[in-house]
Design a binder for this molecule. Sequence first.
Ligand SMILES: CC(C)(COP(=O)(O)OP(=O)(O)OC[C@H]1O[C@@H](n2cnc3c(N)ncnc32)[C@H](O)[C@@H]1OP(=O)(O)O)[C@@H](O)C(=O)NCCC(=O)NCCS
Length: 331
Amino acid sequence: MDKPIRAAITGLGATVPEKVLTNADLEKIIDTSDEWITTRTGIRERRIVSDGESTLDLAVQASRNALDDAGITDPSELDLIICHTVTPEIPFPATACLIQKALGSSGTAAFDISAACSGFIYALTIGQKFIETGTCRKVLVVAADTLSRFTDYTDRSSCILFGDGAGAVVLEASERSDRGVMYTVLHADGNGWDFIHVPAGGSRTPASRETVDNHGHFIKMRGRDVYKFAVAKMQWLLGDCMEKCNLTPDDVDLVVPHQVNIRIIESAAKKYDFPMEKVYVNIDRFGNTSGASIPLAMEEARRNGKIGPGSTILVIAFGAGLTWAGAVIKM
Ligand SMILES: CC(C)(COP(=O)(O)OP(=O)(O)OC[C@H]1O[C@@H](n2cnc3c(N)ncnc32)[C@H](O)[C@@H]1OP(=O)(O)O)[C@@H](O)C(=O)NCCC(=O)NCCS
């Protein structure tokens, strides 16, 4: 009998824009303080795109880094490109098609998905299924977002949170049973669609002078409601991933949570007695970069020697939709 095929991560890449937006910068434009932001969120600074930069620029750079890491010199070897973004280059066509053009892999299938901060895990799961079913051998999964483009810098309750970035992985078919995406779990609850959303610019409320005047193209967020839901779901995800894969905290090398808020991350870790040394946190320097946050953190964790070949990592995320998702990965 043929051995089951697994989706192994053979390449990992990430990037952030150069421009830094610190809490001190925000103090100059809204009524806030570094102390308030740091205590409530753990964020000290974030990276945001400059004029002329875009989601596509970040996505292409992260993709190139992941392809280099995988040793793929000819991008036309890719069978599929999946891009998660809630901040696409333009409303359509898909940002994935623009990435494909930039990489020069004409003919490779390409599409976008949208699952907000859970988007990387959703896209990873789709890529995993394409590989495990034997449909594809090599898949590029990219998560790229420029939330700063949709952030209302007059709304102090939300603008402190968001940053920009992109991360990408190359998935390849592998017959090794001890390597790859071992487990994924995806959920959504559309009843909470308005917890975090952008009201205008879609088919129901297209762009108009009024939508611009009313700040309708910016993120609206019910912060306290999001917080409560996120704590519950991040805790649940950690428990589910360990239970389904028969793992204890001792078996896990690193938890890489969506960088949503240090207090939410700590509450999930505490529930299962995960020492914080086993939980990767870089929210202080990048803020919440939506779908990009997990691959960005994974790439940094590997560079810092926290994970390497053979490591078992748990990734968990929560986001608009509402969506929540988790995965267990053997590097
Ligand atoms: C946004 C968040 C940091 C706010 O923290 P909080 O402890 O819930 O704060 P509250 O919203 O209860 O506000 C408390 C007070 O701080 C004030 N406040 C809000 N933002 C502030 C800021 N940037 N600086 C100073 N004060 C602020 C509020 O006006 C409120 O004042 P009041 O008590 O006089 O009314 C927190 O709710 C959160 O992180 N939620 C999750 C959001 C999220 O992660 N979204 C993305 C999900 S992927």
